[in-house]
Write a protein that binds this ligand. Sequence first.
Ligand SMILES: C[S@@+](CC[C@H](N)C(=O)[O-])C[C@H]1O[C@@H](n2cnc3c(N)ncnc32)[C@H](O)[C@@H]1O
Length: 506
Amino acid sequence: MRGVTDTHPAPLLAPDDLARLREALVRARYTSTGIAERIGAPAVEAVRRNDFRALLRATTDGDPLATLVRVFIAGQTEPEAAVAAALGPLPLDAALEAGLVERYGDGIHAGVDLDIYGEAATGSGDAEWWVLSDLDADARPGPLRTDHVLGIGNAATTLAGATVRRPVGTALDLGTGCGVQALHLSRHAARVTATDLSDRALRFAATTAALNGVEWELLAGDMLAPVAGRRFDLVVSNPPFVVGPGSTRYTYRDSGRAGDRVCAELAGAAGDLLTEGGTLQFLANWLHVTGEDWHDRVAGWFAGTGCDAWVIQREVSDPVEYVNLWLRDAAEAFDPRRAEAWLDWFAAEKVEAVGFGLVTLRRSPHPTPVVRLEDLRHSVPPPFGPHVAEWFDRQDWLAAHPGPALLDAPLRRADGLRLTQEAGFDGADWDVERQVLTMSTGLRWAEEVDPLVLALVSGADGRVPLRDQLAVLAAAYETPEPVLAAMAVPIVAHLVERGLLVPAGR
Ligand SMILES: C[S@@+](CC[C@H](N)C(=O)[O-])C[C@H]1O[C@@H](n2cnc3c(N)ncnc32)[C@H](O)[C@@H]1O
């Protein structure tokens, strides 16, 4: 039953044994620095590409670090005495009982993933943690357990990298799993609450927290039920967003809600969940349905929340590609009938494609919230979080300079803008047909501009208001200034929103 149970989930190990495990890891130097010093940077780089040859060659001594690396990073089975020595002072029996390691043949291998993960993955700092999760499909044969506790994957780091990392009082990680988002939150939130439907996930999260010496309030229950009536300054979630008929097969990906309702539900709750100015960020999938614009569909999620919303669509998959991806993700033997049932549901619901992206909602300080949904498929160097924060800052600036007031503010063109021109030869001369301004920093938007807008941007040096420039351009283009101003306001607002024009002094 999906309900609310307040719990204090027990970590996988008793407190004393957790302290012993921590001591073992510290003593062996099972850290990214310790391992890099031992196996060398090229071997570390090779491991990232799943090439373990150099690592295995550098870890043949049987000492604690070599053994931990071989067991937990290279998935090797090692002699019992070596593993016992590596985990000591944690007794091997305690590690076996907790499922940390397992007997295999006449040796011992990993029972869980004991990952070394840090802020370096998202470019947000240099803190590093040990993170416990279930072994992924590559490390254990057969399909995943239905209550599989997800390790740190691309989605987790995407969300972590996109999170606004400003100091906050209270933060919530909804669907915490192994606790990866909560670890990041611990760095800039005074109090962290983490929830999950899965008791197993909460036990892993409790273990991760204790191992790293951080304290979280851990609550069990469905979606927002465990925190009903409470508000947070920051909420993050990598929810079980996989779309389909409403399956509950794998807890890490299936919400039991049909279609994209789980994401709609989360978005719809934002108004009652956030403190004033608070932010909710989550990864989402949404349906592209025949005859319906995805922008309208997703914008509908925010109606009545009183939140500013920025949605960026990063990928679009066709149903076959999507279903195959998720069937592979759980490492199930390919079953055409399962794929057929899922695809038939897509067909019956007229789903043409599935969008994936990031949703950020902020309880709006403005009378009319801004809702923007756009494709942002090009790559933007990490971390993305500062761009999100700045996007909302720019909305505040625009709200403070409404309509024509925008033209009275000095604006400057962003640093590093590049202009690309496309010209056709008309037999006598090259005729510029298209001009595109591209940002070499920030969100890397490329904007097609006409000669007038290009002149405006080129002249935006931060010293004079655009209105002064417009007066000059009005004369040059023989167009009345008020006409030019009315045309310029929405274009300039758009360029400020995207960061091509920057308020002077910023
Ligand atoms: C995709 S995993 C994300 C794990 C982790 N937060 C991350 O960023 O990788 C989704 C998590 O949501 C949990 N979950 C699934 N259904 C839920 C529900 N109805 N309410 C709360 N959590 C749920 C799963 O157990 C799982 O831990």
